[in-house]
Design a protein around this ligand. Structure first.
Ligand code: SAM
Ligand code: SF4
Length: 475
């Protein structure tokens, strides 16, 4: 059951999601692991790699933390609040461990990378600390921790992409899956901790990506989302290849789209400076490449964008939006926005509101600025906007986005769209929920005597909407 657009980057409804054991697993496991994930989709995809590694070691997944021998939290450092949530969960688990000695607690992901052995020495909350590039060492670390040693591996790598590990799909509806195509980020946006927690950018072997997507399609999946912090800078050259053999993102996208016209392809995230006309033309050429681009603007003020080190101006971003509209008139654009970055004036804030109007975003992930230790902004600028001003501006941004979304959804009423069925709607098993190419959620009644099933495509005529959902009936 799924009433959510599952391909969003940082889905609030998925925060803290537990890994569900995959159905029809014939193996019998002596030991159990529990894993809870926070943050962006990359983290959820990483938990699937961790699950594959642990399965191989004889650990089966459980959703019941009390029966787990191994408890993992895959963490996010992007904002202070994300870290606070994780700390609270670790304290809960520590209490559980007191009642059931022998249980091991591990922290994975960005917070592990950021705080390293502090977790063991100062906070004494966990037994195992593993950074995002060190999951292959988990079996050894678990063994060491079982012998009573505290285990840490937070080494970042310039090569690791886990290309050869087939992820065990997490809470999958069997229709959509995420496929990591690269790791790390070289961009150094001044507010962002990611380059420090996930290391240098590296692209995964193109053949292994295409192989994974083909396997998913053969297993019945109908949608893949190619994931990376900055997918448009994907650039893969095999060890014996030369620059002339390099695979670009446009070319990778095309090769995945060619697996089958029945397989929808999405991707996230696009840095505005890197998305090329080649990518836009490839999207136009293939019906099954979904017409939806996540193009985070962060701010509408050129002055603030410069402080953020985003490397584009307001005007440059607007031209990119024009170009998308020109080549892909049907395309929806979504965004990320930060309110109240260092020195932001009311005029800068007004620029953000007006660029939202200009870009006509269908959806936005909106945050107020949270200073992160070690980032360029923390070292160079003062976090000088009072919290109540940040919150007020964020509220105005959210209200603007709600209005834009509603206006946009209203335009769909009366239109007919091809919808991929995700499953039963949350509210009723007599209704389907699915998504359009633009990634808009559609709810519509099942037809009597019809043989439709999840994973099918159907034409749906829209007859009503809210700001986040379309309602319709099968055409
Ligand atoms: N790589 C993506 C990009 O360039 O847009 C986004 C990565 S980040 C995981 C997701 C979003 O979190 C960012 O786009 C930004 O809006 C937000 N974010 C990052 N650092 C932040 C901070 N220090 N305070 C508030 N929001 C932040
Ligand atoms: Fe962070 Fe910027 Fe990299 Fe996105 S592109 S992960 S915001 S540094």
């Amino acid at each position: 059951m799924l009433d959510l657009a599952t391909t969003k980057v940082h889905d609030e409804a998925r925060q803290g999601e537990q890994f569900a054991p995959f159905t029809n697993d014939p193996n019998i496991y002596g030991k159990r692991f529990y894993i809870e994930s926070y943050g962006c989709q990359m983290n959820f995809a990483d938990s699937e790699v961790v699950a594959a590694i642990l399965n191989k070691e004889g650990f089966g997944a459980t959703r019941n933390v009390e029966e787990a021998d191994l408890i993992f939290v895959n963490t996010c450092s992007i904002r202070e609040k994300a870290e606070q949530t994780v700390r609270k969960r670790l304290t809960d688990f520590k209490r559980l461990k007191n009642e059931k000695p022998g249980t091991l607690i591990g922290v994975l992901g960005c917070m592990a990378e950021r705080l390293k052995s502090k977790f063991l020495e100062e906070e004494k909350l966990v037994d195992i600390v593993v950074g995002p590039d060190a999951y292959r060492s988990l079996p050894r670390l678990v063994n060491e921790a079982s012998d009573g040693q505290k285990s840490v591996n937070v080494l970042l790598s310039r090569e690791e992409t886990y290309a050869d590990i087939a992820p065990v799909r997490l809470n999958s509806n069997g229709v959509s899956a995420f496929v990591s195509i690269m790791r790390g980020c070289n961009n150094m946006c001044s507010f962002c901790v990611v380059p420090f927690t996930r290391g240098r950018e590296r692209s995964r072997d193109a053949a292994s990506i295409i192989g994974e997507c083909r396997d998913l399609f053969e297993q019945g999946y109908k949608e893949v989302t190619l994931l990376g912090q900055n997918v448009d800078s994907y650039h893969y050259i095999s060890n014996d290849g030369t620059e002339a053999d390099a695979v670009s993102f446009a070319s990778l996208l095309e090769q995945v789209a060619r697996i089958s016209p029945e397989l929808r392809v999405r991707f996230s995230t696009s840095h505005p400076k890197d998305i090329t006309d080649d990518v836009l033309h490839t999207m136009a050429a293939y019906e099954n490449i979904c017409k939806c681009i996540h193009l985070p603007v962060q701010s509408g003020s050129t002055r603030v964008l410069q402080l953020m080190n985003r490397t584009y101006t307001r005007e440059w971003y607007m031209k990119k939006v024009d170009r998308i509209r020109e080549i892909l008139p049907e395309c929806s654009i979504t965004t990320d926005i930060i309110a109240g970055f260092c020195t932001e004036t009311n005029e800068d804030h007004q620029d953000t509101l007006s660029i939202m109007d200009y870009s006509n975003y269908v959806y936005g992930y909106m945050f107020y600025y949270s200073e992160r230790p070690g980032t360029l902004a923390q070292r160079r600028y003062q976090d000088d906007i009072p919290l109540e001003v940040k919150k007020k501006r964020l509220q105005e941004i959210i209200e603007k986005q709600n209005q834009l979304s509603l206006n946009d959804y209203k335009k769909d009423v009366g239109q007919t769209y091809k919808v991929l069925i995700d499953g039963d709607s949350k509210r009723s098993s007599e209704q389907w929920v699915g998504r359009t190419s633009q990634n808009k959620v559609v709810i519509f009644p099942k037809q009597d005597n019809a043989t439709h099933k999840k994973g099918d495509y159907v034409q749906v005529t829209i007859n009503d909407c809210t700001q986040a959902t379309l309602f319709g009936s099968i055409a």
